[in-house]
Design a protein around this ligand. Structure first.
Ligand code: ATP
Ligand code: MG
Length: 414
């Protein structure tokens, strides 16, 4: 029967077949983060709207078009979080983490919300995982961040991944360049899209990201910042590249690379995957040395990235994983029900995956179900208290003592 209700536009349900691939991804990320000393944190799903207006930037697409903003009963303006970095920096300040030994290394995963036009790889509720390394301007931190995302994508086996790398310079150094860029845009105003034209003063860098043909033409001759970096910005960028070279991570310098948030400084990067078509970015990030100050904190350099969980899963395009269980405990007689439950619990405590029939099936139905859920072995409890262990692959069956069940299950062949 079709349900009267459907998931809201731009959202989706995660069904068990997809849930398994998701868990594997999240598990791989958690292990990589833990080995590198990034501690898991979580922030609320909504925040004061102003945090994002200040943190992400008033002129960005996210703030001007994509936020789910609402008023609560107390008249406060709240926004479902469109990204994770501003909230984590808010938490860093609120909990005095700037007084801890620096840098503070954090990781997170969870849902994010943007009011975008839904399409493959672009949703209104999606999931990101990411890391933030707050409190150091060392190029080692930039390189470490990039290496961790590279490692994650590599370990998961995401095919055809390319790393694009750029630098926006420090905020002071950027000022001069931005004037030069604005002058170029003004000189070609007639060829620019309306949107870019209106934001020449507010956000000229975004012109590099436009898909408007006229704008694209103008940008092919635009001055780029990578060629105009000076002083410490040059050294910083050179060191990040040298560290990536030493780690054997391939990248391509992209002088036109910009990101959708205002807060980036110096290093920016993007991992793209051709298989994804238009929504080609699986993850990206960069350094944001000005953000914490922007939020009212002390000057605090930081670097981080976020990756889209759905985009990674799309890029992997795996066969949906089928279920697998170590064991199924079947009963030939109702009288064995409690014993079956107890033995199933014992197997689970020993670290095995085990199920017992919850559906009131007869023995034949239980064996069929065991096969359906991918059970490797079935323990059959007979009416007289004896037990048989059946190997579902070979069909072999032998009598066993349930007193040493774990040994029977794990010993010998496996
Ligand atoms: P795009 O250019 O594709 O809009 P973005 O620059 O807005 O990406 P970020 O804000 O850097 O993306 O977010 C980090 C990652 O989150 C992206 O690389 C992408 O994988 C994922 N992502 C961003 N927006 C969405 C969305 N609406 N649906 C699904 N995943 C998303
Ligand atoms: Mg976007």
């Amino acid at each position: 029967m079709a349900s009267k209700y459907q998931a809201p536009r731009g959202t989706f349900d995660v069904l068990p077949e997809q849930g398994r691939a998701r868990s594997r991804l999240e598990g791989a990320a958690a292990a990589i983060f833990a080995r590198a000393g990034y501690e898991p944190v979580a922030t609320p799903s909504f925040e004061d709207t102003d945090l994002f207006v200040r943190g992400v930037g008033r002129s960005t697409d996210i703030v001007t078009k994509e936020m789910f903003t609402f008023e609560d009963k107390g008249g406060r303006s709240l926004t479902l979080r469109p990204e994770g970095t501003a909230p984590i920096c808010r938490a860093y300040l609120e909990h005095g983490m700037h007084k801890l030994a620096q840098p503070v290394k954090l990781c997170y995963a969870g849902p994010f919300f943007r009011h975008e036009r839904p399409q493959a790889g672009r949703y209104r509720q999606f999931h990101q995982l990411g890391i933030e390394c707050i409190g150091t301007d060392s190029p080692l931190a930039d390189a470490e961040a990039i290496m961790l995302l590279s490692e994650l994508l590599g370990e998961l086996g995401v095919p055809g991944v390319q790393l694009r790398l750029g630098s926006l310079g420090s905020l002071e150094a950027r000022r001069e360049y931005l004037e030069e860029l604005k002058a170029h845009l003004r000189a070609h105003e007639g060829e620019l899209s309306k949107e870019v034209r209106e934001r020449i003063d507010l956000n000229p860098l975004r012109a590099f990201d436009s898909d408007d043909e006229g704008t694209r033409g103008v940008m092919t001759t635009a001055p780029t910042i990578v060629g105009r970096l000076a002083g410490e910005d040059v050294e910083h960028f050179a060191e990040v590249r040298a560290l990536l070279d030493a780690a054997g991570i391939a990248y391509e310098i992209d002088p036109t690379l910009v990101r959708g948030l205002d807060y980036y400084t110096r290093t920016i990067f993007s991992f793209v995957c051709d298989a994804l078509g238009a929504q080609s970015e699986v993850g990206g990030g960069g350094r944001y040395d000005g953000l914490i100050e922007q939020l009212g904190g002390p000057p605090t350099p930081a670097v981080g990235w976020a990756a889209g969980i759905e985009r990674i899963l799309l890029a992997l395009d795996e066969e949906e994983e089928s279920a697998e269980r170590d064991a199924f405990v079947a009963i030939a007689d109702e009288g064995q029900r409690r014993r079956a439950m107890a033995l199933t619990t014992e197997l689970r405590r020993a670290g095995l995956s085990a199920e017992v029939d919850l559906g009131g099936r007869g023995l034949k139905g239980q064996l069929k179900h065991a096969d359906r859920i991918g059970a490797r072995r079935v323990l059959i409890l007979e009416a007289d208290g004896s037990a048989q262990l059946r190997d579902m692959q070979s069909g072999e069956q032998r009598a066993v003592h349930t007193g040493n069940l774990i040994e029977e299950m794990t010993g010998g062949d496996s």
